[in-house]
Each structure stands twice: as structure tokens, then as C-alpha cells.
Design a protein around this ligand. Structure first.
Ligand SMILES: [Zn+2]
Length: 510
């Protein structure tokens, strides 16, 4: 038995209906309306259910319960309508010969009911506000038909049923879930790309929110990859999401990319862009790249079907910092959204075999004057990677991503006498205000002020230089080494690494 009721639950009556002389154990669960949730003060709850779908799904749950447990009887009653604090919202009762079956079955029923039944809960807060919550993927899926989801898009003659099926079969990796990545992920998920990989290892920061439309201000400090997964699965419950919560390197990138058909490069650093270019070339994958600089953005598509790659134009990885990042140059939130939408559009067109695509081309869009230039990608017959006579024949061979860089990992910091070390923070002022290290003495030199500051590097000290991620600091340290200031090292992974170092040291000192 299962019922939905808008009157208070009579547990005494329900129990008496279940109990018999054969019963050796009775277990029940009562779910109550509490006065708080997630830090908010709750005044009352409202439940709404989709009756026919509830009836259908509860049959499945009960069938599973009968298969799994040895029971004499069971029942579940759920309230709908408006409930005050303290009222019982759901009751489960189970009778068995033995307690083990009774306990386990009771737990199973309430967990599955919560997870699978299309019953929605609206919280009314003491502040007067209210919010629908706890609408799960499974329940949501049962309310929407997959064919309804895509009906508007399938009306396009270039897509139709065949294109929609191609989208469902497609596997796309999105590298970077920042400004560009937010827009790409929402676009691909909405279109129904069947398997979407997300590669991202960062946590959400307040400075991300103005341009990264996947996230909300409640989520600061949480791993972006989990937030991104939840957001796009809420948008489209019919897709699969695969998470790669790591920084890409020469060692792991091939293994990650191998399983995908298309790669969307949504990163903002040259090192990763070149790595993706090289791996996609070696594995014959189509690379859909975008980058932005202030009000301008560019979209480039490299495919195994067309000659040309990133190294045709730039044989070697440019110095980090030779082009400003979002942090130094500034960025208007909508610009990466526009370029990310173009990336998603292009990926969808490629999956559905549109006649006209940007393969082999670069689209340069200026959002100040709306000029658009479309130029063919440069093809360099002396390209070290894609020419007939390449000097780069493998990921680790002859390429400029070697490890003899003046960098240091946090685990290697121990080798230094900390009294002789100077930790130098080259981040900009708002970044320092948002996140700083207090356990160590730190000197500050915002990179943008370096030229005018005449900073004095003392010869007998070891300088550990850090920024947010280790990209700007590496560029800076390489510049210093060229000037003969070689007692400087760039800290890999930036401020997070320093936090980690402080935590490890504290633990060891206890
Ligand atoms: Zn090339």
C-alpha cells in the first residue's frame, strides 16, 4: 500500500493494520517538518506530487522491496499540501519475522521514496520568502519525456531525429569550467550531447562569478567540477557527465582525451593550449578553441581533415605573461559567454555534420564595433608538429613543455631554511584581499607595479614567488632569470600550494 494524503497521518491505525500474530518485528520511520534548513529559518512546508507517476514508481519500489527482503507487510504514507513545523510528512512501517529485514526494508523504502518519487517540497521561510527544493534528477526525468525536451531543436531540418541521435551518441570533453567553459557546458548539455567530460580542478572564487554563469554566490569555495556537474545535469537529466578533476599534464592528457570525439579548449593559459593542440593532433581529435582578450574573442577549429595547428603560427609555447590574463587585462563577463556559445554552436554543427563549419578557420569577433573577420588557419610547411618533416614526434620529444623550468612544488619547500627564504606574492591587490596566507611572513609586489617599484632582490636570500596558479609567477621568474636574478623560483599551483604547505607544517609541528 502507498498513499498520498492531505490530512494528518494516523500512525496507530496504520500500525494496527500491519501487525499480525506472525510478526516478530515492527520497524517504522517518521519524517517530520523541521524549522531550519541550510542555515535558513523555515516556517512551514508545502508538498506537491504528480499522482500517476508516483503510483507507477511506487510499484517498482515495492517490487524491489519484496525481492530483497523477507517481509510480512509494509506501508508508506506521504503528506501533500501545507504542513506546519512538527507535523509528520512521511511514515513508513514494516513488519517481518525478524528485526534485520524490518530495519533494512524500512530504510530502503524511505531512501527510494525520497530519491525517486516526483514529490516536490517548497520551503516557506520565516523571512516571508519561499523556495522549491529537493527535486531530484530521477524524479525530474520521469516528468519530462526525452523527445519533448529536444522538440524545438529537432524542428531544424539540419538536426531532425538523425541529428539528435548523433548528439546523443557524441562524446565531448570540455577543458576548463570557467567563463568560456560555463557557456560551452550549458550549450552542449541543453542540446543533448550524450556524454560530456569536464576537466577542471579549481575551486569557485568570488572573482569568478561575474562571468561564470554555471555558479552561484552560495557556492564559493566549493570544487567547480561538482558544481558544474550538478548544474548541467539539472538542466538536462538525460546526459552523462564524466568528471576529470585534475590539472592536465604530459602524463595524463592522452589517456583523458582518447575516449572523446571532440575537445573544447576553454583554458586561458598557453601551456595547456599547446598541450591540447599536440594531443589532439597525435590522437586525430577535432579541437575547438576559443580565447578572449578584453572585448575581442577568437574561435579556431582544428580538425584532422584539414592541415594546420597552433604551432604553425607559434612553433613554441609563448612566455607565460606575454599576453595578459583576465586578471591583469580585465574582462567583461559577457565576452567569454559569447565566445563559449560560439564554441558550443560549432561543436553541435560538427557533430551533426552541418555543411558549413569553421573547420580550418579562425573567427575573430570584436564586441566593441561588431567587426567579424574570418581567416583561414595558417598552415606552415615548416611547422614542428604538423608538417611533413616534424621535429616534435611525441608529447615529450623536443617540445617546449619540458620540466627544466625554475619552478618548485610545495612538497620541495622543506629543503630550504625558511629563515633564508622570502615568499613574494605578485598577485594584484583584490586577489590578495580575497585570499591570503597569514602563517608566514609575505612580501607583496603586484606584477602590474613591478616596472615602477625597483624591487631589490637580496643576493643571499632564496625568493619563492607565487601568484594564483603559478602561471604569472613562472613568466616573471623566467624574466628575472634572464636579468641574472637566479635566486628566484616560481611556486607551482600558487597560493593553494602555499596554504597546503602551511597546513602540512602545522600538523607536523603539533
Ligand atoms: Zn602545424
Amino acid at each position: 500500500m502507498f498513499s498520498l494524503t492531505n490530512t494528518p497521518i494516523d500512525t496507530k491505525l496504520l500500525k494496527s493494520e500491519l501487525i499480525s500474530d506472525k510478526a516478530g518485528a515492527f520497524a517504522s520511520f517518521e519524517g517530520l517538518v523541521r524549522n531550519h534548513n541550510d542555515g535558513k529559518s523555515v516556517a512551514s512546508l508545502e508538498y506537491e506530487a504528480h499522482l500517476p507517476l508516483c503510483a507507477n514508481e511506487i510499484k517498482n519500489i515495492y517490487k524491489e522491496v519484496e525481492d530483497k527482503f523477507n517481509l510480512l507487510g509494509f506501508n508508506c504514507v506521504h503528506r501533500i499540501g501545507h504542513l506546519p513545523i512538527g507535523d509528520m510528512a512521511v511514515w513508513v512501517g514494516v513488519v517481518a519475522a525478524h528485526r534485520d529485514d524490518a530495519f533494512k526494508a524500512c530504510r530502503y523504502i524511505i531512501d527510494e521514496v525520497k530519491k525517486r518519487l516526483p514529490i516536490w517540497k517548497k520551503e516557506h521561510y520565516t523571512s516571508g520568502a519561499s523556495e522549491w527544493i529537493n527535486c531530484t534528477d530521477e524524479a525530474q526525468k520521469k516528468l519530462i519525456k526525452e523527445s519533448d525536451y529536444y522538440v524545438r531543436q529537432m524542428n531544424l531540418k539540419e538536426i531532425g531525429l538523425a541529428g539528435q541521435e548523433q548528439l546523443k551518441q557524441a562524446r565531448v570533453l570540455v577543458v576548463g569550467a570557467g567563463g568560456l567553459g560555463s557557456s560551452v557546458l550549458l550549450g552542449l548539455a541543453g542540446a543533448g550531447v550524450g556524454t560530456i567530460g569536464i576537466c577542471e580542478f579549481d575551486k569557485l572564487d568570488a572573482t569568478n562569478l561575474h562571468r561564470q554563469s554555471l555558479y552561484s554566490s552560495d557556492d564559493i569555495g566549493k570544487p567547480k567540477i561538482d558544481l558544474a556537474e550538478n548544474r548541467i545535469k539539472a538542466l538536462n537529466p538525460f546526459i552523462n557527465v564524466v568528471k576529470h578533476g585534475v590539472a592536465l599534464s604530459v602524463d595524463n592528457t592522452e589517456d583523458i582525451i582518447r575516449d572523446y570525439d571532440y575537445v573544447c579548449d576553454c583554458t586561458d593559459n598557453f601551456k595547456t593550449k599547446f598541450l591540447l593542440n599536440d594531443v589532439c593532433f597525435f590522437l586525430n581529435k577535432t579541437l575547438i578553441q576559443a580565447s578572449i582578450y578584453q572585448y575581442e574573442g577568437q574561435l579556431t577549429v582544428f580538425s584532422p581533415d584539414m592541415p594546420g595547428c597552433v604551432r604553425c603560427l607559434w612553433p613554441e609555447v609563448p612566455e607565460p605573461g606575454c599576453v595578459g590574463t583576465c586578471i591583469e587585462a580585465g574582462v567583461l563577463g559577457v565576452v567569454p559567454s559569447v565566445l563559449g556559445s560560439l564554441q558550443a554552436t560549432e561543436t553541435i554543427k560538427l557533430i551533426c555534420n552541418f555543411a558549413e563549419t569553421a573547420v580550418g578557420k579562425t573567427v575573430i569577433l570584436n564586441l566593441l564595433n561588431y567587426s567579424v573577420r574570418i581567416i583561414p588557419n595558417a598552415v606552415n610547411t615548416k611547422c614542428p608538429l604538423c608538417s611533413n618533416n616534424p621535429s616534435i614526434n611525441s608529447l615529450s620529444g623536443g617540445n617546449t613543455m619540458s620540466d627544466d623550468e625554475p619552478t618548485i612544488d610545495q612538497s620541495e619547500l622543506k629543503q630550504f631554511d625558511l629563515d633564508q627564504c622570502v615568499f613574494l606574492d605578485i598577485r594584484e591587490e583584490p586577489e590578495v584581499q580575497a585570499d591570503s596566507v597569514t602563517q608566514l611572513p609575505i612580501e607583496y609586489l603586484p606584477l602590474s607595479k613591478f616596472q615602477e617599484s625597483e624591487f631589490d632582490f637580496e643576493k643571499d636570500k632564496q625568493y619563492i614567488i607565487f601568484c594564483a596558479k603559478g602561471v604569472r609567477s613562472l613568466g616573471f621568474v623566467e624574466h628575472l632569470h634572464e636579468q641574472g636574478i637566479t635566486n628566484t623560483l616560481s611556486l607551482n599551483d600558487g597560493i593553494d600550494a602555499l596554504h597546503q604547505f602551511c597546513r602540512t607544517n602545522e600538523t607536523e609541528n603539533v
